[in-house]
Design a protein around this ligand. Structure first.
Ligand code: MRU
Length: 381
């Protein structure tokens, strides 16, 4: 997608293949900072501290983390190669517990340890898998865009020329994927087809993914949008100002329960009450087919209370980012990063295979097959 008119992806390889570049999302929208990641330790830090974030991107970043680990382990005696990679996998797995794409990507890499004993062959296999994940994510998000576009096209027919109002939560945009995004892919597709639309962007406290990242993405693509306080959605829905909600997902059970950014559940309950269609856009790699009860089975990440105590923003006079405390020193805070929306509140899942109701996820599962490989230039930003 475009940054100041120049196309970028959220992650790319260096020309010599020895490192990976990411966009450090902590600085957006105020600074556009590119970070070079050279080691698995740096990648684990980048994922844990949310330089990179969003379930799909976390998966791809972890796959490349294993590539970096394998490269580092080449200098070890061959007998220590496999154990170094097992350790690296554990290190990456511990960074963020809710997004299933992390585990999904690392399991694909670890499978190569069973197939190969030679370090150089293993490294080559890791690299091929990381590239395949990135390439397929790109295609999955593009398909999500097309299927979601059909929904928006239908909804807009009822609007007699007025813009369609879409509400989204958090950032399930291209910054959280490789490109296009999940929840934003139908929006970008619709904008390309000149459908009149407007996006309500939940600010998404405490990390402000909506206010900082989704708003920035939409602004870069020239898409009409308005940032709203996290608690404004019910008010807008009550007044008929939201036509559809589209969010992303960090992990979905086979029964259709959805773990996504904290606040998603609240939006789903309100949408259900006010009869607003509520869609979840996701690649099938975010479905954890072994789980059936999202509330009981999906681990919910609890992050530092400091993310609630403090907010960061741009100090225009000092021309720098600054952080200020908003809670009393004596007050404790808690910071659950995700919640689980039960399947019953979900109108449909927009996937790379089409749109499915929660009750149709078994049909979706039967469609999952190895996908087409159309490699792209992995060194392109
Ligand atoms: O904590 P984050 O910012 O990684 O959470 C991101 C979300 O909840 C997104 O909605 C989700 O990962 C989908 S992004 C493809």
């Amino acid at each position: 997608m475009l940054v100041n008119g120049k196309p970028y992806r959220s992650l790319w390889e260096s020309k010599d293949g020895a490192s990976v570049f990411i966009i450090d999302q902590r600085w957006l929208p105020h600074r556009f900072v590119i970070e070079e990641i050279r080691t698995v330790e740096q990648m684990a830090t980048a994922i844990r501290e949310m330089h990179v974030r969003g379930a799909v991107l976390i998966g791809a970043a972890a796959a490349y983390g294993m590539v970096l680990a394998a490269r580092q382990a080449l200098s070890l005696p061959p007998s220590e190669f496999h154990s170094a990679l097992q350790k690296a996998a554990q290190q990456l797995l511990q960074t963020r517990p809710t997004a299933i794409n992390l585990q999904w990507a690392i399991e694909q890499q670890l499978a190569h340890l069973q197939e190969n004993s030679d370090p150089a062959t293993t490294l080559a296999a890791f690299l091929a898998t990381a590239r395949k994940i990135v390439d397929e994510d790109l295609h999955r998000c593009a398909s999500i865009g097309q299927y979601g576009f059909a929904i928006l096209e239908q909804l807009i027919k009822k609007k007699s020329g007025q813009p369609l109002n879409i509400l989204t939560h958090c950032n399930a945009g291209w910054l959280g994927c490789i490109d296009y995004g999940t929840a934003t892919a139908p929006i970008y597709h619709a904008a390309e087809h000149r459908l009149p639309l407007h996006v309500w962007v939940d600010e998404t406290r405490p990390w402000n993914q909506g206010a900082r990242l989704t708003a920035w993405e939409l602004a870069q693509q020239g898409i009409p949008h308005t940032v709203i306080a996290d608690n404004a959605a019910a008010h807008l829905m009550q007044r008929g100002m939201v036509d559809v909600v589209i969010i992303g997902a960090d992990r979905v059970t086979r029964t259709g329960d959805v773990a996504n950014k904290i606040g998603s559940l609240e939006k789903a309950v309100c949408a259900h009450y006010f009869n607003v269609p509520f869609y979840v856009a996701l690649p099938t790699s975010s479905i954890h087919w072994e789980l059936s009860d999202g509330v009981a089975d999906i681990p919910i990440e609890e992050r530092s209370a400091d993310e609630v105590h403090y907010v960061s923003g741009w100090n225009a006079s000092a021309q720098e980012l600054c952080t200020v405390r908003i809670t009393p020193r004596q007050s404790p805070a808690r910071n659950w990063a995700f919640d689980v929306t039960p399947a019953t509140f979900i109108t449909g899942f927009i996937t790379e295979f089409g749109v499915f109701a929660p009750s149709e996820l078994d049909t979706l599962r039967s469609k999952i097959a190895p996908s087409v490989e159309t490699p792209y230039d992995t060194t392109q930003p």
